[in-house]
Design a binder for this molecule. Sequence first.
Ligand code: BGC
Length: 372
Amino acid sequence: MKKIIVTATALVATAAFALTGCSAERGGDTGSGSGEEAAGFAADSSIGVALPDKTSENWVLAGKLFTDGLEEAGFKADVQYAPASNTVAEQQNQIQAMVTNGAKVIIIGAKDGKQLATQVQAAKDAGAYVIAYDRLIENTEAVDYYVAFDNFKVGELQGQALLDGLEARAGHEAPYNIELFSGSPDDANSKVFFDGAMSVLQDKIDDGTLNVVSGQTEIAQTATEGWLPENAQNRMDTLLTSSYSGDTVVDGVLSPNDTLARAIITSVQQAGKPVPVVTGQDSEVESVKSIMEGVQYSTINKDTTLLVEQAIKMVGQLQAGDTVDVNDEESYDNGAKIVPAYLLDPVIVTKENAAEAYANVPSLLEIVESYQ
Ligand code: BGC
């Protein structure tokens, strides 16, 4: 028995040595070279970061934070954005190139989480780890970890903010006229945000507190292709014409993020109607200003700095051969496996709590304070 264990240990050591040798061949520093079989890969390895098109400020910021943070941690950072056109195919090519170039970890903010199975499998086959960042990658076993803000909770907070905002601002008792918007159907988050919001709103729709005047309550009817503001604005224009003629007022709109919230508000303003209670997400600069001016009602603080830090921490743990921190091993079934996740806590932000909510985000705190 003892002999078998020894043999097995020797095998593990040999495998680890082979792996280390492999990175040395690619010109990597093998670290101390003392045969520490725990080490996952060389400390100066290349780490790929494939981000989607820049549909909100958080993606713009993430790229810079990944480049700086990974370099600071001693890695080579290969950060790529998918361009706005031909986005899915371009992102597939970028990930494939990262695999070919020997990236040891590939962090992916998916454009379309259902269309990356081939590329992430290629990464696995090449011995790289795959981390889904912010958006889940679906229908493949080749995703090792998921790091994101708790998406369902984001939706719950948005649903609750809509209810609270209506009570505070509609200027009349229920029933309240509302409309619902969701994100892009190719982003796995969109359904989770919507389900979270509906977990709060559905009962109130059923008991008549909320009246979705258009009758459009199915996610497919509420979707915003590509997360594009012009699509949300067009849909809102159409809803106003078809369901809010004459004196009929829309009291509230569930918007899944800030970019779309501002487009929805523009549509209502252009129609000459009073601005409804509109939710959001991402704490974009223009929306924080709008909230402080009493126009947009709420947003969500998902501090990108913290999310990028957590992703880089995972890379460090993989590099060192340590256990990777996860705090949720049941919520994110991607259709092929439950992906172990590290979920951060989103925070609701309204005018009332903005100073407190952004206490650790100096750039936003400064904006809030300029209104006080
Ligand atoms: C992110 C949101 C963002 C949206 C559009 C989602 O996957 O979680 O924060 O607003 O994409 O970019």
